[in-house]
Design a protein around this ligand. Structure first.
Ligand SMILES: C[S@@+](CC[C@H](N)C(=O)[O-])C[C@H]1O[C@@H](n2cnc3c(N)ncnc32)[C@H](O)[C@@H]1O
Length: 420
């Protein structure tokens, strides 16, 4: 870990890679694989962060992940028997995070699955396709749509209202929504694959439940620490925020994932919204924010100001989106400072990117924001991202490309630690 001094001259790119943060010692628990989620970080980051806190003589009794995503930190906190608080603006994220932070009785899981399948097989499937939400019709063939609707009714009928078991089966349901649709497999952007072969809904659901049951078997002896997962924006004053010893998080990337778009199938099926575009509101890093650029970009710190000025010459709308991202991240630094107990640590995993040859130095911008927010010390190190990408650029559709005018994807990222 390098302590950042002489901030103005500090060059993040020259920070050496620290192998301590590259890999974990243990195999990841199956619970981390119960549901796909873009940009989730490896589980061992939490273990390493706790090791680091111990080296620094910090006793951690409470952890927060302010962008908890699919609950990687939430699950690892539970594994270490530490109280966890997390929030995420994406309701699909918090559904997964909540599911991962609980333990389930094997017998009850089997009983509910049997009841759900029994309902599915013994009651007639109703044809709801033509009265369905237009967006859902766009993504499904009629048979798959009707089977999914029937399965969903079965889950609601056969599991207790408000119970963790209902969430468990809804999480299983959510994770089969892409494979049973015509969504192009493994695409990071919503795209139809007209040649995709239709799959059997109930067989896919059973397989998904088996995977999740096996994940639950693996955690039988784990701790019972309390976890609280909230759906809401970390930046919104309505989201109640506790005091904690440590924050372990990875912020959203700048303008690369539209989580609302990527999770539209789950959000529509689970009635989180009737129009998935509404869920873009307040999401940090989204391209779709309305704000007063002319007035607000003056509040950018030095690093933000320099990058946005460079971008303004090349791509005005990109410059606006990046400025909004930086302004939000400045607020994130302030709120993080407030929620930490004295001597507490905030750990961020953050990557840089490049757009039209302008380096978007997110790490430097966040480090400056942490300093301005009052952190007594900011430290950094670099880690290698394990899945090496052969070509470092992505085009406008997010596809890999060798065109250097696109968005550059680095194979390294930074660990930034602020000490209160
Ligand atoms: C890089 S992901 C975090 C992934 C997480 N570490 C995991 O392992 O799943 C960033 C998350 O920030 C969330 N997010 C974006 N804007 C937010 C906001 N204003 N408040 C809370 N969460 C937000 C996104 O929904 C996304 O889940």
């Amino acid at each position: 870990m390098i302590t950042i001094t002489n901030f103005g001259k500090f060059d993040f790119e020259s920070v050496p890679i620290d192998p301590f943060w590259n890999t974990g010692a243990e195999k990841e628990f199956k619970m981390h694989r119960i549901h796909a989620y873009p940009a989730k970080f490896p589980a061992f980051i939490t273990t390493k962060a706790l090791e680091y806190a111990k080296q620094q003589d910090l006793t951690v009794t409470t952890i927060a992940d302010i962008f908890c995503g699919c609950g990687t930190t939430a699950f690892e906190a539970k594994r270490n028997n530490i109280f966890f608080w997390g929030c995420d603006i994406n309701p699909v994220a918090t559904l997964i995070a909540k599911t991962k932070s609980r333990k389930y009785q094997k017998g009850r899981l089997e009983k509910y699955l049997k009841a759900i399948l029994n309902y599915f097989n013994s009651t007639p499937v109703i044809d709801l396709y033509y009265s369905a939400n237009e967006r859902l019709r766009y993504w499904y063939k009629r048979k798959q749509f009707n089977d999914l609707a029937h399965l969903k009714t079965g889950i609601f009928r056969e599991t207790p209202n408000g119970s963790a078991y209902r969430l468990f089966f809804l999480c299983a349901f959510s994770n089969i929504l892409k494979s049973t649709s015509v969504w192009l497999t493994k695409s990071i952007k919503p795209q139809v694959d007209p040649k995709k072969k239709p799959v059997n809904v109930i067989a896919t659901f059973k397989e998904q439940c088996r995977l999740m049951f096996a994940a639950n078997d693996e955690i039988e002896g784990l701790g019972d620490a309390v976890s609280e997962v909230v759906t809401g924006s970390f930046l919104c004053s309505d989201t109640p925020i506790p005091q904690v010893d440590m924050i372990i998080t990875s912020p959203p990337y700048v303008t690369s994932y539209e989580y609302a778009d990527l999770h539209q199938l789950s959000s529509l099926w689970l009635d989180f919204t009737a129009d998935f575009r509404k869920l873009r509101e307040g999401a940090i890093g989204s391209l779709y924010h309305e704000y007063n650029f002319k007035r607000d970009w003056k509040r950018l710190n030095n690093t933000g100001n320099r990058i946005v000025s460079l971008l303004l010459d090349r791509h005005k709308s990109k410059a606006r989106s990046v400025a909004k991202y930086f302004l939000d991240m400045q607020k994130v630094a302030e709120r993080s400072f407030k929620m930490l107990n004295q001597n507490g640590l905030a750990l961020f995993v953050i990557g840089n990117t490049e757009y039209k040859k302008v380096r978007i130095d997110n790490a430097k911008h966040l480090a400056e924001s942490l300093m301005s927010a009052g952190f007594s010390e900011v430290l950094t190190t670099k880690r290698k991202i394990s899945k090496k990408i052969l070509t470092p650029y992505r085009d406008e559709l997010g596809k890999f490309s060798s065109d250097a005018s696109g968005r550059k994807v680095y194979s390294e990222e930074f660990i930034l630690i602020g000490r209160k």
